[in-house]
Write a protein of this length. Structure first.
Length: 361
């Protein structure tokens, strides 16, 4: 009788342990959330949150298209999301489990529908632009007071780049961001994928390649903040983080961000649930938690990126909602462009071109 009681007690304890061990696994970009929100989610739901990070869409896509990623929530950028939806990598959202979805901003949802029709598979987490970060005094010292810090001329005019090479220029190691920028500079459709477009981008990059210090998608933040480089072509929030780090360090570095006057790429990072997510119910709870107005505001206030949650705007810090580099005015918003995914054949050509550009051959 005692043995049976002990066995029953042990079984109940095991079951209790299993019940309390519910977890949700999230895979997000690095340096992309206020970690206090992660603790808050666990406290409010009792669900253990396993939070891992990546630093490129390609890294995430490799996991997603291989299947069995083991994650419940992932955060691809719009063009990659679209490709992964077509590959059957995600499950449709059960919006009955997402009451906070009413907080989302129709202006952004209308644009993300380009990648996810009806926003059936994803919600917007953050959005922003790709543009130019500069160490203002350094660039003006080299190019003069009228340096074109808000124009693609700064990056793609070889005469400017030859001079800027002495203080350092980094650009994103992201062909789907950089090739459209080169095409915009040439007055072409940034979403063009023809051989003519690729040849033009090749010509533009070949002319400036000797003056590019590094192709990297994250190192430019500290390099710009520390004064190690004077120009970076990167993501808006990253450059604004560099600006704030420099200000906090009081190191004499003044960083500014500008979306190019010729037009800037508008990107969207979307939260989605893999089709084979181990715990889709907990994934929905996480998405609903993120869509809470105050939680979403806390995330934006921490990372200095705009979000697609209209209700969050009343809780945003003034230096976030009031900064047109983060939340562009209507006129600037009209000049932002989006791009569509590259098909398999086009992607191979793009990859080949980007390898050639980076190697300088």
């Amino acid at each position: 009788m005692m043995t049976k009681t002990l066995t029953l007690t042990a079984t109940l304890a095991l079951l209790a342990g299993m019940a309390s061990a519910e977890e949700v696994r999230v895979y997000n970009w690095s340096d992309y959330i206020d970690e206090e929100l992660l603790a808050k989610f666990e406290q409010e739901t009792g669900i253990d949150l396993i939070y891992d990070v990546f630093d490129s869409n390609e890294m995430l896509q490799t996991k997603m298209l291989a299947g069995g990623s083991g994650y419940d929530v992932v955060v691809p950028t719009g063009t990659f999301l679209q490709r992964q939806i077509m590959a059957g990598a995600f499950q449709e959202l059960d919006k009955s489990k997402l009451p906070n979805i009413d907080n989302m901003w129709d202006v952004i949802s209308g644009r993300t529908a380009t990648y996810d029709p009806g926003n059936a598979f994803s919600i917007n987490y953050m959005w922003g632009t790709t543009g130019i970060g500069v160490n203002v005094p350094k660039v003006q010292e080299i190019l003069g007071e009228d340096a074109p810090i808000g124009s693609l001329d700064l990056i793609f005019d070889p005469a400017n780049m030859e001079k800027l090479a002495e203080c350092g220029v980094y650009v994103l190691d992201a062909p789907t961001e950089m090739i459209p920028a080169a095409l915009a500079y040439a007055g072409m459709d940034p979403d063009a994928k023809s051989q003519e477009a690729l040849d033009k981008a090749d010509e533009i990059f070949t002319a400036i390649r000797p003056y590019i210090s590094k192709f990297h998608s994250s190192e430019y933040i500290n390099a710009l903040a520390n004064g190690d480089i004077c120009v970076a072509f990167g993501w808006s929030g990253d450059i604004l983080q560099a600006r704030d780090r420099a200000a906090e360090a009081e190191n004499g570095v003044e960083v500014a961000y500008n979306a190019p006057s010729e037009g800037a790429l508008m990107w969207f990072d979307q939260m989605a649930i893999p089709v084979d997510a181990p715990n889709p119910d907990a994934a929905h709870k996480f998405l609903n938690f993120i869509m809470d107005a105050q939680n979403m505001a806390a995330a934006s206030n921490y990372v200095y990126y705009a979000n697609g949650n209209k209700a969050s705007q009343e809780f945003l810090a003034e230096d976030v909602i009031g900064d047109t580099a983060i939340y562009p005015d209507e006129a600037a918003l009209e000049k932002l462009y989006t791009v569509t995914p590259w098909g398999p054949k086009e992607q191979r050509l793009l990859t080949r071109l980007w390898t050639k550009i980076k190697s300088g051959t």
